[in-house]
Design a protein around this ligand. Structure first.
Ligand code: ATP
Length: 194
């Protein structure tokens, strides 16, 4: 997967719609303190499904929406779009996450409403995602060094692109349990009729 463009609107300090083209190779973001560099990485993570307030440097879901300044009113929604190419069989895929005040957040893939899980699987299968070791933010290096073995294993699994398999396994186990419960119920019904 190659991310080609990040588009933000009303996300944190990016009140006006902003497009960031990402060319192949290494991308660096430079600028003075507080200009929004970390917000760009957070936007990428958020659109990939990140919800943890700790990694989003806010206390609530709606903290990602532009909160207003002395001269500008707050916004009612935030939207981030990721345009990526080489995703499975598709040439180009657009993933959009949008949050509205009081209405929660929703995802779309190529204009179609999808679940958070579908977005997580799409990125996991491409060996990336909100927790990908490829997204290196401040403090991350020391976190890798001090990580517990289980956390380090999770990082390796994400890098190897097998994280999606765990989600599918959990799904399959749930379906198996539901089917077993149905079979047990069926046995009861059959024995009642005997
Ligand atoms: P540094 O180099 O100091 O880490 P940075 O370039 O990474 O800075 P960010 O941390 O990305 O900057 O941006 C911080 C700015 O974003 C702050 O000015 C903060 O007020 C603003 N900001 C964060 N959340 C919101 C929000 N919900 N609404 C408006 N502005 C916000």
């Amino acid at each position: 997967m190659q991310i080609k463009r990040l588009r933000l609107s009303g996300f944190k300090s990016f009140v006006e719609p902003a497009d960031l083209r990402i060319e192949p190779g290494l991308t660096g973001v430079v600028g003075p303190n507080g200009c929004g560099k970390s917000n760009l990485l957070e936007a990428l993570r958020w659109a990939m499904g990140e919800n943890s307030p700790k990694s989003m440097r806010g206390s609530g879901m709606e903290d990602v929406i532009f909160a207003g300044t002395g001269s500008r009113p707050q916004r009612d929604f935030a939207e981030v779009s990721i345009l990526a190419e080489d995703v499975g069989d598709a040439d180009e895929v657009e993933i959009v996450r949008r949050i509205e005040r009081g209405a929660g957040s929703a995802y779309r893939i190529n204009g179609r409403d999808v679940r958070a899980k579908d977005v997580a699987l799409l990125f996991a299968d491409a060996a990336t995602g909100a927790h990908s070791p490829a997204l290196v933010s401040q403090g991350r290096i020391s976190a890798v060094i001090s990580a517990k073995p289980a956390e380090r294993r999770q990082m390796l699994e994400e890098a190897a692109g097998i994280a999606g398999l765990h989600v599918r396994r959990k799904d399959a186990e749930q379906r198996l349990r539901a089917t077993e419960a149905n079979l047990a119920r069926l046995d009861e019904v059959i024995s009642d009729q005997d």
